[in-house]
Design a protein around this ligand. Structure first.
Ligand code: PLP
Length: 456
């Protein structure tokens, strides 16, 4: 085995890490952390430090770490057939079985699933399908995509444009012109503090109507949104939001894409976020929870309504010109089948509901009165604590103070991993669904210690 210092040196010399301060990392000013193993909700690094991972990697290891059932399914598939492509009607038992399992868990009006590798490429697929759909229907002008500020949909060219976070646009010449953004459904950050939640929903709807009016409904193809805003701050929608938004979209014949990369397969305590909020999307994006990240795999679930038009398109223009070498990769598909079976057999979504509610209420009990805690919110196994300089008048800290990252670092020093969300001082939690109440207690007590250490 390589010595720690040798690996750390190679790391800084050769490895381009995503979402990292490149210069600080190369100069050795930012830590390198080499993870060697994990079990349940805990990860271990090369120095032997153990941490309770209360963000499940990047909210993806939903069934927890070290599941031998999934490892064995992957190994078996690799021995039998590590790869064959899925072009021109090819498949494997794993990919066909997984497609059926996904459709069995999706809303009834969904028809087919296209498999990719990441949430980003699944959303790229979605936008291509939307443009293809409107071209087949003879309305080539109807192409713009509405996304929300603070939405997160990936970091490709189109998906980075859909993402409504400053960091992902700045200096990358994004967003692309086909993407327009509307109000984030973020009640705590409303401009008018006197608004009720219902009034704020009406405000979001009005902003959407104004945008559609300004751009022209005949130029707008789709609206993309996460059922619960994820990376933008872990924000459940305000009361009545999805019903009201869907009414507007239906009126203007605008498709709905539910980006369920985080919420799909149980994160909110329901199988899909679309069921949770009574959404009727035309496309659903899935990734993370599909395999619990044991192998990279994503999917675009297509509704009956869109599927009919896609079929019509291939009758008129021939084979659909869209495919990846690794679409429906057998190893990813085998991981997906084993993962979804485990989710059922261990009743993990039920545990998520119970322990997620417990975690949220314990976090509230512990921190609700803290002078620098402005909001504690969550849904299912998602929980966020948002910090403010002053609760009166909801005064935020200066971003340069880096309060969120400081609290996350203080928490990590105490053995628990939360995530400093990238925009605002927000500490996020999204533990594996197998979290126990004792582990939830540890997350809360260490969070209190970390908050006190940074903010007093
Ligand atoms: N959509 C949502 C809602 C996400 O949270 C993410 C990633 O966090 C993505 C898309 C992009 O997925 P990936 O990082 O696998 O490309």
């Amino acid at each position: 085995m390589l010595r720690n210092d040798q690996l750390a040196e190679w790391d800084r010399e050769n490895f381009f890490h995503p979402s990292t301060h490149l210069a600080q990392f190369a100069r050795g000013e930012a830590p390198s952390r080499i993870i060697t193993g994990a079990k349940g909700c805990h990860i271990e690094d090369r120095e032997g430090n153990k941490h309770l991972d209360a963000f499940a990697g990047l909210y993806c290891v939903n069934v927890g770490y070290g599941r031998t059932e999934i490892a064995e399914a992957i190994a078996k598939q690799a021995h039998e057939l590590a790869y064959y492509h899925a072009y021109v009607g090819h498949g494997t038992e794993a990919s066909i079985t997984l497609a059926k399992m996904v459709l069995d868990r999706a809303p009834d009006h969904m028809s087919k699933v296209y498999f990719g590798q990441s949430g980003s490429d699944a959303n790229e697929t979605n936008i291509k399908l939307i443009w293809y759909y409107n071209n087949i229907l003879g309305r080539p002008e109807k192409k713009k995509i509405i996304s929300r500020w603070r939405g997160y949909h990936g970091s490709g060219l189109m998906t980075g444009s859909l993402t409504g976070l400053e960091l992902f646009h700045k200096k990358f010449d994004l967003p692309l012109a086909q993407v327009v953004h509307t109000e984030a459904p973020y009640y705590f950050r409303r401009d008018d503090l006197d608004m009720t939640e219902e009034q704020f929903t009406r405000h979001c709807v009005q902003k959407l109507e104004e945008l559609i009016e300004r751009e022209g409904a005949d130029t707008i193809a789709a609206f993309v949104g996460e059922p619960v805003l994820g990376t933008g701050g872990l924000v459940p929608p305000p009361a009545g939001y999805w019903a009201a938004i869907q009414e507007v979209l239906a009126k203007h014949d605008i498709l709905l894409v539910a980006d369920e990369v985080v919420t799909g397969f149980g994160r909110l305590g329901s199988m899909m976020g679309s069921d949770h909020y009574d959404m009727k999307p035309d496309l659903i994006t899935i990734a993370k929870g599909l395999t619990s990240a044991y192998a990279p795999l994503s999917g675009s679930i297509v509704s009956d309504k869109m599927w009919k038009v896609l079929e019509q398109g291939t009758d008129e223009y021939g084979v659909i010109g869209h495919g990846w070498t690794y679409s429906a990769h057998p190893i990813g598909a085998a991981a997906g089948v084993a993962n979804l079976k485990l989710l059922d057999h261990l009743n993990l979504i039920q545990n998520n509901r119970e322990v997620g509610a417990y975690l949220n209420s314990a976090m509230r009990d512990a921190l609700d009165d803290h002078a620098n805690v402005g909001d504690i919110r969550g849904e299912g196994m998602l929980c966020a604590v948002e910090f403010v300089k002053n609760r009166d008048g909801r005064v935020f800290f200066d971003a340069a103070d880096k309060i969120g990252p400081q609290v996350a670092a203080a928490l990590a020093a105490r053995g628990v991993i939360g995530r400093a969300m990238p925009q605002g001082d927000i500490l996020g939690f999204a533990p594996p669904f197998c979290l126990t109440r004792a582990e939830a207690d540890e997350v809360v007590s260490k969070t209190v210690q970390a908050v006190d250490a940074v903010l007093g």
